[in-house]
Design a protein around this ligand. Structure first.
Ligand code: E4P
Length: 228
């Protein structure tokens, strides 16, 4: 049940990668933009390669920037050529519910040997269909589901049971982390992976009472040393 980091900031990724606590990286166009990536596909290529090289062989998910099926396949093949550990993110459907992405996902996995992370999903049933289409990863946006007034843990548990019952190999990534607690509770609900924003990784690690305890140890250690 690993943790991925949800970031395209090389410094943040390197920091947590060096600690040995992440098992993959997820990005999306919004994260790339927030982290200062510009210059279209060449900007995405440069940043993606930098991250993929840094964390290899861990998987790095990068999202196609189009909803045109032909261009999406071309982009996916280009992404794949950047590094062996590239995973291509494709949204489950288009901005107006267009269905062509499912065929793109199926072809990328079965014809082009590209690992696909199907993204922007809000329900177990969407993820189930993406898994049937052959997706390596199915990403459900837990924080967004919760923001709509539902408890995404129910969707995660049902999805995990159905995938296991049907012998489907897709890995469930739960994304859109909003709170430190999300990570443990979503893994506990059945997620294979939770992708976590850097600030929450720090929040998971640092505890006020641990700080106080470490301060006590260091204070007393200095007194013990003083006695020598
Ligand atoms: C990761 O795969 C997702 O793209 C990301 O977690 C979405 O986060 P958001 O819901 O905060 O935009």
């Amino acid at each position: 049940m690993p943790i991925f980091i949800d970031s395209s900031n090389p410094k943040e990724i390197e920091k947590y990668h060096r600690m040995g606590i992440i098992r993959g990286v997820t990005t999306n166009p919004t994260i790339m933009l927030k982290e200062g990536v510009t210059g279209g596909i060449s900007g995405i290529r440069q940043r993606s390669r930098e991250i993929a090289k840094m964390v290899a062989p861990l998987p790095v998910s990068v999202e196609v920037t189009t909803n045109d099926p032909r261009v999406a396949v071309e982009q996916a093949l280009e992404f794949k050529s950047w590094a062996d550990n590239m995973v291509v993110k494709v949204t489950v459907h288009g901005p107006c519910g267009e269905l062509s992405n499912m065929e793109v996902i199926h072809d990328l996995e079965t014809v082009h040997n590209v690992r696909v992370n199907v993204t922007a999903m809000m329900s177990a049933q969407q993820c189930f269909l993406a898994a049937l289409a052959g997706a390596t990863y199915v990403s459900i946006f837990g924080g967004r589901v919760n923001n709509m007034g539902y408890d995404c843990r129910q969707e995660i548990s049902r999805l995990r049971r159905v995938l296991d019952q049907c012998g489907l190999k897709s890995q469930i990534i739960v994304a859109s982390t909003r709170e430190v607690l999300n990570v443990i509770e979503w893994l506990d609900a059945g997620a294979h992976i939770v992708t976590v924003v850097p600030a929450l990784l720090e929040g998971m690690l640092v505890h006020p009472y641990t700080k106080e305890t470490v301060q006590m140890f260091l204070r007393d250690a200095s007194k013990v040393e003083g006695l020598l």
